[in-house]
Design a protein around this ligand. Structure first.
Ligand code: ATP
Ligand code: MG
Length: 475
């Protein structure tokens, strides 16, 4: 296989040279160290006579001034050559030319330039052919993900118009969108995830292909669908992600229970914002990277049973009796459908089941309230409650009551400083020894039980319970 030499002197006019838009390495020292490790891997491959560049998401992130989560290297070297060149490697996908290189404690994916063969299962190419840099750009999903970077000159190598789309904030499939989504249907969700994460527009033909192919996404593994959906929920701008999923038809296919919230009316006094779907979208808007997976899923699903439980009373009010319990059941089912862990499913379900319990808190007896607030998931539950309230009437009274009680109990739970200390015992005529510790512990118990409330009282208590022995009289 002859590989066109595209590194260095490149005079192909179709390669958009990014002289005006060079990438800038990260300024944060730790992020800079990771970039330098990646640059060293590229250098080593080049010193051995191979072409090598940084590729894909890391190039996009560097151009955006974001810290790349990880670095991928694309090279003309074969997997075997990469394995020979580096001391620590893991053959993660040698048949696809992919090797994991471990360098200075960092994992980098090093992949041979390739062109994908036919896709048979709408997810994986049946074969790959090793190819050149341009072909490797063209097999990638979106133009903004299809660029390369020379880490030494910081020059961007753009064969697919990625720079212009990055500048304009556009997600555009590389090549024919319909064909590209049809060969790998996970890309339908990836397009939406990137559009949401960066708050970018999806180019028209790309969007039309997504809408057309949405019903076919069910053919691929639920594990991968679940991963993408959780990323959409937790990477920020979850509302935009779910609105795009809904508009494209993907939501109706993947989680029809959420799509069914559309148009389900609620009483205007509790929910001036509108129907159950609108309320849920306002909740998603408040999710951020600080929120965990189980909480994010519970925020999405807390009212999932409302469409089933809605009843209009004679006075015109709309009620949803039982929607918390039914919602918990549905949450278990949906989270397991998305192949998330059993633990995540159970946590999300408990949050959904309890999302109205706090309303009773001010009327609870102390023991019940303490048990309610001592639950392991209480912080997630109260965060769900806060998000739920802020996305509806905005009434935070019951929430704030719970937070205040929580703080009060935490203060109570901390042990006070002991009133009686060793030096008091010495002043009272005790000598340091094994009994010393016993007296201090007993006095502290008496203090915790409220029997001793001051240092004077503590000293009096010692004299009453442990009178010091008579001093030895040397007669
Ligand atoms: P993230 O920041 O979420 O990691 P990323 O763009 O780095 O985003 P990865 O899944 O890490 O995404 O993949 C790295 C690169 O591999 C992508 O930028 C893209 O060039 C290519 N890629 C990944 N998945 C696909 C796919 N399903 N189809 C085509 N190309 C893909
Ligand atoms: Mg990545």
């Amino acid at each position: 296989m002859k590989i066109a030499s595209l590194i260095g002197a490149c005079d192909d006019p179709r390669v958009q040279r990014a002289t005006a838009k060079k990438a800038v390495p990260p300024s944060d020292p730790e992020a800079r160290r990771l970039f330098d490790v990646a640059a060293r891997v590229v250098r080593k491959l080049r010193d051995a006579g191979h072409e090598a560049v940084l590729a894909g998401g890391c190039v996009r992130d560097l151009l955006l001034g974001r810290e790349p989560a990880d670095y991928d290297v694309a090279t003309s070297a074969t997997a075997e050559q990469v394995q020979r060149l580096f001391r620590r490697t893991v053959p993660v996908g040698v048949q696809f030319g992919v090797v994991l290189v471990i360098e200075s404690g960092q994992h980098l994916q090093v992949a041979t330039f390739r062109r994908d063969g036919a896709y048979l299962d709408h997810r994986h190419p049946a074969t790959v052919h090793f190819a050149d840099e341009r072909a490797d750009a063209e097999r990638r999903d979106f133009t903004v993900n299809g660029m390369f970077l020379d880490p030494e000159t910081l020059e961007v190598r753009d064969h697919v118009g990625g720079l212009a789309d990055l500048e304009a904030g556009v997600i555009r499939a590389i090549g024919d969108p319909y064909a590209r989504f049809d060969e790998d249907r996970l890309r339908l969700l990836r397009a939406i995830r990137f559009a949401a994460r960066f708050d970018w527009r999806i180019e028209d033909a790309t969007w039309q292909a997504i809408c057309k192919l949405a019903p076919t996404i069910v053919g691929i593994a639920w594990e991968r669908i679940g991963e993408e959906i959780v990323k959409i929920l937790t990477e920020g701008r979850a509302r935009r992600g779910f609105e795009l999923m809904s508009a494209s038809g993907l939501l109706g296919v993947l989680i029809p229970e959420v799509e069914a919230m559309r148009g389900v009316a609620q009483s205007a006094d509790h929910h001036p914002e509108g129907d159950v779907f609108t309320h849920t979208m306002l909740c998603l808007e408040k999710l951020g990277p600080q929120h965990g997976e189980a909480l994010a899923l519970a925020v999405l699903l807390h009212d999932v049973a409302k469409p089933l439980c809605a009843e209009r009373r004679d006075d015109g009010r709309i009620t949803f009796y039982g929607h918390c319990e039914k919602g918990a059941e549905m949450t278990l089912d949906i989270v397991q459908r998305l192949r998330r862990s059993r633990d995540t499913a159970e946590r999300a379900a408990i949050l959904v089941e309890q999302h109205l319990h706090h309303v009773q808190a001010p009327a609870m007896r102390v023991a019940k309230l303490k048990r309610f607030l001592a639950q392991e998931h209480i912080d997630d539950l109260l965060e769900l409650v806060r998000i739920d309230a802020l996305s509806a009437s905005g009434n935070l009274e019951a929430y704030e009551f719970c937070r205040a009680k929580q703080a009060e109990l935490a203060r109570e739970a901390r042990l006070p400083d002991p009133l009686l200390r060793g030096r008091d015992l010495i002043e009272l005529g005790h000598r340091p020894g094994p009994r010393f510790r016993e007296i201090l512990e007993r006095a502290f118990d008496a203090q915790l039980e409220g029997e001793i409330t001051s240092r004077e009282a503590a000293r009096a208590w010692v004299l009453g319970h442990y009178p010091p022995a008579e001093p030895d009289s040397a007669t």
